[in-house]
Ligand binder design. Structure first.
Ligand code: FPP
Ligand code: MG
Length: 335
């Protein structure tokens, strides 16, 4: 992770920094499969960083809702479940997207063959299931079981729609909820699983909107970020044929115009060409002139405002302040 993002993040959820440190050391020291290569892979992945946003959300909601009590063992297990599911899905996603660099490090699939990479991801999913067994709470088990189903469903519908200029907003939000927001939602809802319906709804709404905004901003960073800070190649989504939010917004805005036809034919060309630099530059020009990035930023900010509004009913505390900080960070980050 690059310097600035790291500094910014240090103060981002300072109220649960102690829990995050304990969480990190559990992640590095307590997951030790007997296979040496699996150990090496997992250590490499966890040491490469990551924002630890999902675990932080679980710790923050737990403390905000439980009169600042120390986080329970179940809360640590929940935090681990969401980080493991998140990390495993990225390991699998990097195979699907053919990605060679993540978090500034070579991806698992670039160092090992696909069989080993798939099983490393599977191991993390399995470990998450072991944790669910340890917690032994039906509500939490079905919550994360649905997340796993959603992740697969969302990812496959994204694969199906590659290079398709026929996609609409229902597709975009459904796919984005499933592949990204459902895990954020679960990380926020799990610590509140036995709370009142009203509180549960607040946690859910916050997580869902934050997760949607997170993915929308991720789509934006593919166009705007500095590659080194981002830790992965720029325009990767576009070259893979993903119809991300700036592309979707531009297609919608230009509907019926000559420029729309040009954009559609460039996206088609992209799917047939291996040397696509010039086509990508052409697409970027069209998106820029249609203000596709600005429009996408506005959508992300609206989602963040909804997330913040949904936790108004939660009592004020330093933990709630950090939930607000995280929401603001999601649409002001550079990686
Ligand atoms: C990153 O998206 C990928 C995800 C958020 C989810 C991927 C889900 C799977 C691979 C299915 C998981 C499988 C099981 C068994 C549950 P991105 O490509 O937009 O982000 P990136 O630019 O960081 O790669
Ligand atoms: Mg990817």
């Amino acid at each position: 992770m690059a310097g600035l993002a790291q500094t910014k993040q240090k103060n981002l959820f300072s109220s649960v920094q102690e829990e995050i440190s304990a969480f990190d050391s559990r992640l590095l020291n307590e997951i030790s499969p007997s296979s040496k290569s699996l150990c090496t892979i997992l250590q490499g992945i966890f040491k490469a960083g990551g924002k630890r946003l999902r675990p932080a959300l679980s710790f923050l909601f737990y403390k905000a809702l439980n009169q600042e009590q120390k986080c329970s063992e179940d809360c640590f297990l929940v935090a681990e479940i969401s980080e493991l599911i998140h990390t495993a899905s990225l390991v699998h996603d990097d195979i699907i997207d053919n990605s060679l660099v993540r978090r500034g490090q070579p991806t698992t699939n670039s160092r090992w063959d696909n069989a080993v990479t798939v099983i490393s991801g599977d191991f993390m999913f399995a470990r998450a299931a072991v944790n669910l067994g340890k917690i032994g709470h039906n509500g939490i088990t079905s919550l994360f079981a649905s997340v796993l189903e959603n992740l697969c469903d969302g990812e496959i519908s994204q694969v199906e729609k590659k290079f398709s200029t026929e996609v609409d907003w229902d597709y975009y939000y459904d796919k984005t909820y499933k592949k990204t927001a459902s895990l954020f939602e679960a990380a926020c809802l799990a610590p509140a699983i036995d709370a009142s319906e009203e509180i549960k709804e607040a946690c859910k709404e916050y997580g869902r909107n934050l997760g949607l905004a997170f993915q929308v901003y991720d789509d934006i960073l593919d166009f705007t970020a500095d590659e080194k800070t981002l830790g992965k190649p720029k325009f990767a989504d576009l070259s893979e044929g993903q119809i991300t939010i700036p592309v979707l917004l531009t297609l919608e805005k230009l509907e019926g115009s000559e420029e729309h036809k040009v954009l559609v034919s460039k996206i088609r060309e992209l799917s047939a060409s291996s040397d696509n630099k010039k086509i990508i530059l052409g697409i970027i020009e069209i998106i820029k002139s249609a203000k596709g990035i600005e429009g996408s930023i506005k959508i992300a900010e609206d989602l963040i405002n909804k997330a913040k509004a949904s936790i108004e009913i939660i009592p004020d505390s330093i933990y709630k302040e950090d939930l607000i900080n995280i929401a603001d960070f999601v649409v002001n980050r550079n990686s």
